[in-house]
Design a protein around this ligand. Structure first.
Ligand code: BGC
Length: 281
């Protein structure tokens, strides 16, 4: 039996900084989507731990940007695929910030290869970072959310997790079998975890970005020819920007989304709308 939880009081004033007083951890926050989400959470009033594994200077620059907005922040180096460093990272965060309210499970990578040339190392690395890393961080977060419970002055929920997934949790992706398999895994990990911890009023959701302009997919947008080819896959006819994901993340972890649980929020300009069928089929 779940404990009796307080009734929900929705935030009254829409102009209030949505995440004031909340403590967030963003993994892989030194660049790309993670960086934009960390800065957006800071702008919304959250204090933010900026996790990185390489790129210390970039991580420190993200911290400085968050400081300029008035929120607390520090950078923490940890490989999310390693159990002890992940536990250390959460321990330090609870020491520095008192607790955690928001986990953004963002760290991820690609190691692309034709299937018959894919090495076991390429397969394992992608699974370790993209899937096991999300498991290890979510487990630590859930432990703290359950220990602390709802603090209604802070949020309606006892904690919020966003798993950064991809349109490739839906769209098969030849030449990227390890990556698509990891994101398919993230989808059912997220939903199963959401189902398990919902009675504790913990919300677990994913964001499934489409083509966002980041270093991970530079070849897909950096030349006019590549960009034009990419646009054939995007009905909205523009590439996504990292702020598109930052804004979605702020909403999804805020109390405005308090009844949203176990979904993949697709942010893709319509990439998952089967654009090939716009004129065919
Ligand atoms: C991948 C990108 C790709 C996008 C759309 C993302 O998950 O990381 O490389 O451009 O999906 O295909």
């Amino acid at each position: 039996m779940a404990e009796k939880l307080p009734d929900v009081v929705m935030p009254a004033c829409p102009s209030r900084r949505l995440l004031e007083g909340q403590k967030a951890l963003v993994t892989g926050a030194n660049s790309g989507i993670g960086k934009a989400v960390a800065i957006a959470l800071g702008e919304a009033g959250a204090d933010v731990v900026v996790n990185y594994v390489s790129g210390e200077e970039d991580a420190n620059a993200v911290v400085q940007t968050i400081h300029r907005g008035g929120a607390k922040s520090y950078a923490h180096r940890a490989d999310v695929s390693q159990e002890d460093p992940v536990r250390e990272m959460f321990k330090k965060m609870c020491h520095e910030f008192g607790t955690i309210d928001i986990l953004i499970n963002n760290a991820g990578l690609q190691r692309d290869a034709p299937f018959d040339e894919m090495t076991l190392d390429q397969w394992n690395l992608v699974m370790r970072v993209n899937l096991t890393g999300q498991f290890l961080c979510a487990r630590e977060a859930v432990r703290e959310f359950k220990r602390r419970g709802v603090v209604k002055e802070v949020s309606c929920a006892a904690g919020k997790i966003i798993c950064m997934s991809s349109v490739h949790e839906i769209i098969p992706w030849a030449g990227h079998v390890n990556y698509a398999a990891s994101k398919g895994g993230v989808m059912l990990m997220m939903k199963s975890l959401a189902q398990e911890v919902a009675p504790h009023r913990i919300r677990v959701n994913s964001i499934a970005p489409g083509a966002i302009r980041t270093p991970i997919n530079r070849p897909a947008w950096e030349t006019p020819e590549a960009y034009a080819a990419l646009m054939k896959l995007v009905p909205y006819n523009r590439i996504g920007e990292v702020d598109d994901i930052g804004r979605a993340a702020v909403w999804l972890v805020s109390d405005y989304a308090d009844y949203v649980n176990g979904i993949s929020l697709v942010v893709d300009g319509g990439m998952t709308l089967y654009p090939g069928f716009a004129t065919g089929g």
